[in-house]
Design a protein around this ligand. Structure first.
Ligand SMILES: Nc1ncnc2c1ncn2[C@@H]1O[C@H](COP(=O)(O)OP(=O)(O)OP(=O)(O)O)[C@@H](O)[C@H]1O
Ligand SMILES: [Mg+2]
Length: 429
């Protein structure tokens, strides 16, 4: 069974909803922001920090100084040395407008900030079933968004809290569309000049994240938002992590990247992987922009790997020297070598365009093109040139309307299910 099938259903049980996001909620919340006890506590006044207690205080003040002695170790730096720590604001600073989408890790709402009138998107993190405190995945998502502030990455504004500890929301800039929905409703595919602009934006966001040691690990068209001014914003860092961090026993998890966009090294059980996994997904997105439909619409890992082999030709000792050392390679029966079928699949793209696509969809992660290199690819400097974002047409926003209908069927991001098992018997059908 694929990991995508084993994940729990996406909906948050109604009884666990906060007053803010319950269906019958009135826009008025409590007058005062509600914060958790810990978040509410104010930093100690400066006079209480050890650094501010004079060592030669007059005798008359000795008693009070004694009483004020800090309860923590003097080796702990005083709060005054920390950057200002401000408590999270309440979700009631926002008026809920409509729900946009319910994904695997949270619900996303459109909302208005009461003070400024700004329209924002609030992603409610799914914390209801957490038994071990605040989940690392949520911390990684917030941290990655804060690290990767870029024109083509969705802007995080703040994190707000609801009535209880399980109600935490990420506040982001509201972006009108996601690329997946747009591709579904558009009558014809994007023009070459538009594909170039979108790819340049995506690549510059990915290069920026990779420079900051952040792997996205779930790049796909539904996680690419697009505003009405032709600008793409990479969103959903729910599976992101720092790739320089020490890797635990067993290596990096294989529970990453939504099936259709998953790199072959992950499919074949690699426990160490890097930025190249994102670049494979970028290749799948490039192909999807050209085709107006996902490139590999497989039902499971086995079908996906056979589709990849069919399109690109099976890997060889030259195209992927490390192939045979991958955990699941031994279980595969490779067909006789044959050439890539990419040209037949994309008859209208220029030679340079096809070259970029095949450099992204390269088996060997070591040989796969990096985001930095791809940005300089000749495809972007040949005619037709990338279209200026301002010249993109605008579309009615499904996200700004009533609850969105699922217009497409595609697999979800992998679950964090502990009982996930990798396919052990890979075989070509
Ligand atoms: N800032 C935003 N502005 C507008 N819409 C947004 C925004 N962020 C997310 N969305 C919408 O909500 C959807 C789900 O958001 P996101 O991908 O972050 O959540 P998720 O729970 O991780 O989803 P999934 O696991 O299905 O990818 C997106 O596909 C997009 O349609
Ligand atoms: Mg998503």
């Amino acid at each position: 069974m694929s990991s995508d099938e084993s994940r729990p259903g996406p909906s948050t049980p109604a009884k666990k909803r906060s007053r803010w996001d319950a269906e019958d909620h009135s826009s008025e919340g409590p007058q005062k922001p509600v914060a958790t006890k810990r978040l509410k506590s104010k930093p100690p006044p400066e006079s209480q920090s050890p650094a501010s207690i004079p060592s030669s205080a007059p005798a008359s003040r000795q008693v009070s100084v004694e009483r004020r002695r800090p309860t923590h170790s003097t080796y702990v730096p005083p709060r005054t040395l920390h950057p200002p720590i401000v408590p999270s604001r309440s979700v009631y600073c926002y008026e809920r407008l409509n729900s946009i989408e319910e994904g695997s890790y949270g619900v996303v709402f459109r909302a208005r900030e009461k003070e400024t009138g700004d329209i924002v998107a609030l992603k409610k993190l799914k914390l209801d079933e957490e038994k071990h405190g605040f989940p690392i995945t949520a911390l990684r998502e917030i941290n990655a968004l804060m690290t990767c502030k870029h024109e083509n990455v969705v802007g995080i504004r703040e994190v707000v809290v609801g009535d209880t500890l399980t109600q935490v929301f990420i506040v982001m800039d509201f972006i009108e569309h996601d690329l997946k929905t747009l591709l579904t409703v558009m009558p014809s595919p994007f023009l070459q000049s538009e594909v170039k602009t979108l790819m340049l934006q995506l690549l510059s966001a990915v290069a920026f994240c990779h420079e900051r040691w952040i792997l996205h690990r779930d790049l796909k068209t539904s996680n690419l938002l697009m505003n009405n001014r032709g600008t793409i914003k990479v969103a959903d860092f729910g599976l992101a992590r720092r790739y320089g961090d020490p890797v635990g026993v067993g290596g990096l998890t294989q529970l990453v990247v939504t099936l259709w966009y998953r790199a072959p090294e992950i499919l074949l059980g690699a426990t160490t992987y890097s930025t190249a996994v994102d670049m494979w997904s970028v290749g799948c997105i490039f192909a999807e922009l050209l085709l107006k439909e996902p490139l590999f619409q497989a039902k499971n890992e086995l079908e996906l790997i056979s589709m990849i082999f069919k399109l690109l030709g099976p890997p060889t000792g030259t195209t992927w020297p490390e192939y045979s050392s991958l955990p699941l390679a031994k279980t595969m029966n490779l067909p006789a070598p044959y050439p890539s079928q990419l040209r037949q699949k994309f008859p209208y793209i220029t030679t340079a365009g096809l070259d970029l696509l095949s450099q992204l969809l390269t088996y060997d992660p070591e040989q796969r093109i990096t985001a930095e290199e791809a940005l300089k690819h000749p495809y972007f400097s040949e005619s037709p040139y990338p279209k200026h974002p301002d010249l993109f047409g605008s579309f009615p926003s499904a996200a700004a309307g009533e609850k969105r209908q699922k217009l497409y069927k595609s697999p979800s991001a992998p679950a964090r299910a502990a009982d996930y098992k990798l396919l052990t018997e890979f075989d070509m059908p």
